[in-house]
Design a protein around this ligand. Structure first.
Ligand code: UDP
Length: 379
């Protein structure tokens, strides 16, 4: 491979890399080369169209955009508009459908009650009482102290086992914080978001627009190695996992990964909604996605596409950081080493930070990093 000559080199064409490429190219008017390991842009947000049904789907799992960060919305709206999709999640337990996040409807339905909000609060307080004094240092204790044992056993315990391949006792409590508990009938998953929806023309188009500049070149199928002796005037920005970058010098970082199984169904609507969770052990998959429901504004045909999601352990296809103590301390070693030893390489994003970021958090982090770059690499 011939030597690359550029002002900035960016490794990885996900949100972190593409937002920085766009900012550097358009505001600083500098040259950027992006090296992407896969044969497409967009990282795990990539969307494509299924040939047989014409239905657009998210290749690496359903992504719902939602944000309450003003600066992110102000930035992103130049690259896409969003449709009116409002995310709702259902969970199938013992052949019955329940609403998630757990809300008044879930509680009444599950316990066969007719509680008002305050009655439900008192009820859950009784259910959680014996766990409320325990130190909430792990996922299981935290979950039981919020929703009690019965709801935990039905909707959370086995889903979490399947999702993470670990005993929930070994997982950080912070993962449970992603799931709100409600005492009203609101079933909007992201009820407080200022903006939410699915990009009108799909995610991939956002990335195409972000890098549509004479100052940006992208090379696909490129496996970047730390010691490639490219001619970089200012900085290399690395957005992949840090253990890969340094040949596992301090040990491997564990990642939870996903595999997807697509099926075309000979009906217009298979499950009536975009995602149903399957928390029972007897199903190996955790969710079934039906992407036609993400775009109700489109006229899709008579067949539908469903996608089953199977969690796996695979460090080569990283999705979710397994944020336990050992992995966190390993990640810190990588971070400290790079910060100390290489002033011309910076890193960030979900993979490099080993963090469970949503899309908007990644964009926000990239915009902040750009402020730093602009200040420090002016000439
Ligand atoms: N979770 C669960 N049951 C569900 C949905 C989620 O136990 O039906 C737990 C599980 O441990 C999961 C975590 O809550 O990893 C966060 O869920 P979220 O839906 O936010 O995960 P993501 O959409 O990022 O995969």
């Amino acid at each position: 491979m011939k030597k690359i000559k550029t002002d900035f080199l960016i490794i990885g064409a996900g949100f972190y890399g593409c937002v920085l490429a766009e900012r550097i190219a358009s505001v600083m008017k500098k040259k950027v080369v992006i090296l992407e390991k896969r044969d497409h842009i967009g990282g795990n947000c990539y969307s494509e169209t299924d040939k047989e049904t014409g239905i657009e789907f998210h290749k690496y799992g359903t992504h719902i955009f939602h944000t309450s960060i003003n600066s992110v919305w102000e930035y992103l709206k130049d690259f896409t508009s969003f449709n009116s999709y409002r995310h709702q999640v259902l969970s199938r337990f013992k052949n019955k459908i329940y609403q998630l996040p757990i809300n008044l409807e879930t509680i009444n339905n599950f316990f066969k009650k007719d509680f008002t909000p305050s009655e439900a609060k008192r009820f859950i307080l009784r259910e959680t009482k014996k766990f409320s004094k325990t130190q909430k240092i792990n996922f299981e204790v935290k979950a039981k102290s919020q929703i009690g044992e019965k709801l935990y056993n039905a909707f959370i315990k086995n889903y979490t086992y399947k999702q993470w391949g670990k005993n929930p006792k070994e997982l950080p409590a912070s993962i449970f914080n992603r799931l709100p508990l409600r005492f009203d009938y609101n079933e909007s998953y992201f009820k407080n978001a200022l903006v939410q929806g699915i990009p009108q023309d799909g995610y991939t188009k956002i990335f195409e627009r972000l890098i549509d500049s004479a100052n940006i070149d992208i090379i696909y199928n490129y496996n970047y190695e730390y010691n490639n002796d490219h001619d970089i005037k200012y900085l290399t920005i690395y957005t992949g996992p840090l253990d890969k970058l340094l040949n596992n010098k301090f040990g491997k970082l564990d990642w939870r990964s996903l595999k997807f199984k697509k099926q075309i169904m000979n009906c217009e609507d298979f499950q009536g909604t975009s995602v149903i969770n399957f928390p029972e052990k007897k199903y190996k998959f955790t969710r079934i996605h039906e992407p036609r429901h993400l775009h109700v504004e489109r006229n899709y045909g008579k067949k539908t596409l469903i996608i089953k999601e199977f969690p796996t352990l695979d460090n080569n296809e990283p999705y979710y950081p397994i944020n336990d103590t050992q992995n966190r301390s390993r990640h810190k070693k990588y971070k400290d080493f790079l910060n100390k030893n290489n002033k011309k390489l910076i890193f960030g994003g979900r993979l490099a930070d080993y963090a469970y970021y949503d899309m908007d958090m990644t964009i926000s982090a990239a915009l902040k990093k750009f402020d730093f770059i602009k200040k420090n690499f002016k000439n």
